[in-house]
Design a protein around this ligand. Structure first.
Ligand code: UDX
Length: 522
């Protein structure tokens, strides 16, 4: 690996893996010049899932572009998956190109999530989550301690960590860092989790099904009224003892101690919700957090190998192709997949369908109906993974059948592509409500739980060909304008980012002047 002034902390790939799959991090000597020594240094830790790593990488670039030094910590597992997907040498640093091209001070390191590299985290989801809940913090403390103890530790002043982690305030306090919580979903979802106790007291959450209220929730500050069916799936569950519930409950206690919360949303999209949150904690909407510049960005982030769809898309008429993807995390049933498959073919619309290898389960290699792929000829394509950002930006793409992950919605809005919504899990139900009900930028795939091929075909035709398709396109163009406006020099997100940087720097200065440097007790 070539040395650069910024290669201060490098991943320790190539070191022998221990029995539990851990490798230890290694630091290299810091050779930053004096000027860079003055910039505050952030440690940024994304949740080790695709939909969290992507916006965290773009955030790291954003912060570094503002003059901060950033040390980005991926888990060994995420790093190795990215290396494999991109055919990179496992010792490659994913930020090397952006650091070189833009002279940014981003360093990169990795740490264990507590499980061996070979462990199938998708198949054993709850064990993975339990490891993040109970074990990961010990590895984080060790890694942060090592970075803070390095020769330029004076500059390590803040921790940026995903809101879903349960330990950031403890770790930040231990090392005298300011804690910035990074929320990758809409403010509406944040607010519902934040007010979990209110939901519980009012009988909308954590109730026995017979006693649960099903009327609209109208008592949360900044939220007009929301149907229980539009809450995140975890808030609709009657069994609230799962590991995910424990994570949500602990992380939303922890976030109340955050010094700052930054959110990948836009003020103009959720004004009341955001202003109510700002009244209780420093909350900054700085989205959309998308790669800077027109293309997908120069940092490798995909966990699966990307197929290049561009050549095929170049052969299709403008706005004629439906893009279909259900994101990186949730699973669908084989039966639903079959209905969707038949419905797409019945619609007569061309499509690019991302069929993640574990979409049903990593133990089900080919979940589509027999002979389905062959029956498509060249009229539509199915790929394992793609550069979604590039596909949505292509002129041939005219609609998106999505599970409503927040990144997918943002990327679709950014490119003015209307949506058909098929939420599967977590925040996706609330995100659908925003798209369909509030912004009228798309339609539901179904109003019920079961889907039929006829309904799929009808919705696809309606979005792609029908008159109402034009209406959704007009509406999403309006939303697109809000997103683009927020990133203009005087736009709300740019102003919020300025304010955040200002407030954060003041906080760091106050702490610094009060203690002469780091205050291990916060
Ligand atoms: C989940 C949550 O639902 C989401 O709201 C949260 O913010 C992250 O975790 P996920 O399934 O990861 O969602 O979906 P999404 O948020 O849409 O993120 C998926 C990311 O993977 C997007 O940035 C998308 O561009 C990318 N992607 C997806 C690809 O690059 N290629 C693909 O083929 C499919």
């Amino acid at each position: 690996m070539t040395a650069s002034p910024f290669d201060t902390i490098l991943p320790s790939f190539g070191e022998k893996e221990s029995a539990d799959g851990r490798t230890d991090d290694k630091e290299m000597a810091d050779s930053s010049d004096d000027d860079q020594r003055q910039k505050p240094h952030a440690i940024l830790i994304p949740y080790p899932l695709q939909g969290h790593v992507i916006p965290a990488v773009h955030l790291a670039v954003k912060l570094a572009s503002r003059g901060f030094t950033v040390t980005f910590l991926n888990t060994h597992s995420v790093h190795h998956q990215i290396s494999r997907a991109h055919h990179n040498d496992p010792t490659d640093d994913i930020f090397a190109a952006v650091r070189r091209q833009r002279s940014l001070d981003i360093r990169y390191s990795t740490l264990s999530d507590g499980l061996p590299l070979s462990f199938d985290r998708s198949l054993h989801h709850d064990q993975f989550m339990a490891s993040l809940l109970h074990v990961f913090s010990a590895h984080v403390e060790e890694a942060v301690g090592r970075i803070v103890g390095s020769p330029d530790s004076r500059r390590v002043r803040f921790l940026v960590a995903d809101t879903f982690f349960v330990w950031p305030s403890t770790v930040a306090r231990k090392f005298g860092l300011a804690y910035v919580s990074f929320w990758t979903e809409p403010a509406l979802v944040f607010s519902l989790y934040y007010h979990m106790d209110l939901l519980r007291i009012n009988g909308h959450f954590d109730c026995q099904s017979a006693n649960c209220r099903d009327d609209p929730i109208d008592y949360i500050p900044g939220i007009k009224a929301i149907e229980p069916k539009d809450m995140a799936s975890y808030l609709q569950d009657t069994d609230t003892s799962s590991v995910c519930h424990q994570i949500i409950s602990s992380s939303f206690k922890d976030v109340k101690s955050a010094d700052f919360i930054i959110c990948n949303t836009v003020e103009e999209l959720e004004p009341e919700t955001i202003s109510a949150l700002k009244a209780v904690q420093p909350f900054y909407s700085i989205g959309p957090i998308v790669p800077e510049g027109a293309s997908k960005g120069t940092v490798a982030t995909s966990l699966w190998a990307e197929s290049d769809c561009t050549q095929w898309l170049n052969t299709r008429p403008r706005g004629s192709v439906l893009y279909v993807s259900f994101g990186s995390y949730a699973h669908t049933s084989r039966a639903d997949l079959a209905e969707i498959a038949h419905g797409l073919r019945l619609s007569g619309v061309s499509f690019v369908w991302v069929m993640r290898p574990d979409i049903v389960s990593s133990e089900e290699a080919d979940p589509l109906p027999d002979g389905y792929k062959d029956s498509l000829g060249g009229g539509s394509i199915i790929v394992t993974w793609c550069s979604q950002f590039e596909v949505l930006a292509h002129a041939a793409v005219g609609g998106f059948l999505t599970h409503c992950g927040w990144n997918s919605i943002i990327e679709s809005m950014w490119n003015g592509v209307p949506l058909i919504c098929f939420p599967l899990l977590t925040d996706q139900f609330t995100n659908r409500k925003l798209v369909v009900h509030d912004w009228k930028a798309g339609i539901n795939l179904t109003e019920r739980r079961e889907i039929t091929r006829e309904e799929v075909a009808e919705k696809v035709r309606r979005l792609m060909n029908g008159d109402s398709g034009g209406l959704f396109r007009d509406n999403i163009r309006e939303v697109k304008k809000k997103l683009a406006g927020a990133l203009m020099p005087d736009g709300s997100s740019v102003r919020n980012m300025d304010q955040f940087v200002n407030d954060l720097t003041n906080k760091i200065d106050q702490r610094g002047s009060g203690t002469g440097g780091l205050n291990p007790n916060g």
